[in-house]
Design a protein around this ligand. Structure first.
Ligand SMILES: [Zn+2]
Length: 252
């Protein structure tokens, strides 16, 4: 089977962390004959869930009225989504074809789950404290880099959204995730520079990244840090069921 791994981008293009949370792999439509296709249309059963195992990997099999096979890893568990009539052999082949992807991401997901358990959920009070702190720190960092870069910007918002580290609107409004207060200061600065560079280039072109590197040469190392550690922070926030309230932090 020729299956292209799909990266699930869970926020818009101005997202610093563009890696999948959770990662998802999608397959091509299952092999079925005309009779099976007819049966799928006629089948009144909507969804079934079972446990399965293949290649030494146990998984949760969710069958539904979908056309393609797909898999994702959530909290250390592999979930395979399959059409109602997809054969066990097709599912096995799908798992076999992605065995190394599954093992790699399972261990990452387990490590993330363990870290969330170890460090605990972020409570609403934690989020409020982080937002207050961010409201004091981030506008100053934005001002600092905007002066160096010679750009002017609009409103700054501090948010607690789960998928984005920062964003920049067409009108020049900037928003930042309060979780940045739990990252090293260099990582925070790299996100500030990333968003400010959108005031020059509203895309992620080579030219955009040349600008970013001009003002923040260590950008790649910081980006890597976020990719490796950001997921735990986001999951700790989600675990605390924080809301997506926004808080106006500053104007200019
Ligand atoms: Zn961006």
């Amino acid at each position: 089977m020729n299956i292209a791994p799909a990266v699930f981008i869970y926020a818009d293009s101005h997202n610093v962390q563009q890696e999948a949370i959770p990662d998802i792999i999608r397959g091509r439509p299952c092999q079925r004959n005309a009779v099976n296709r007819y049966m799928i249309r006629k089948n009144t059963e909507k969804k079934t869930e079972n446990k399965g195992a293949a290649e030494g990997i146990t998984y949760r099999l969710v069958r539904s009225r979908r056309r393609t096979l797909a898999m994702e890893i959530r909290d250390g568990e592999l979930i395979v989504r399959a059409p109602l009539r997809c054969s066990g052999q097709d599912i096995c082949s799908f798992i076999k074809a992605h065995r190394s992807w599954i093992l790699k991401h399972m261990s990452r997901s387990e490590a993330c789950r363990d870290a969330v358990q170890e460090y605990g959920a972020l409570t609403e009070a934690d989020i409020k404290r982080l937002k207050d702190e961010a409201g004091n720190v981030i506008p100053e960092r934005v001002r600092h880099y905007a002066d160096i870069m010679g750009v002017s910007y609009g409103r700054i918002s501090i948010r607690s959204q789960s998928g984005r580290w920062g964003s920049c609107s067409a009108k020049g409004s900037l928003s930042f995730n309060c979780l940045l207060m739990m990252t090293p200061p260099e990582v925070l600065d790299s996100v500030v520079v990333h968003e400010l560079c959108h005031l020059k280039e509203m895309n992620h072109s080579d030219r955009f990244y040349r600008e970013v590197l001009k003002y923040y040469p260590d950008y790649h190392a910081c980006h890597r840090w976020l990719k490796e550690n950001g997921e735990v922070l986001i999951k700790r926030m989600k675990a605390g069921k924080s809301t997506n309230q926004e808080n106006i932090a500053g104007n200019r």
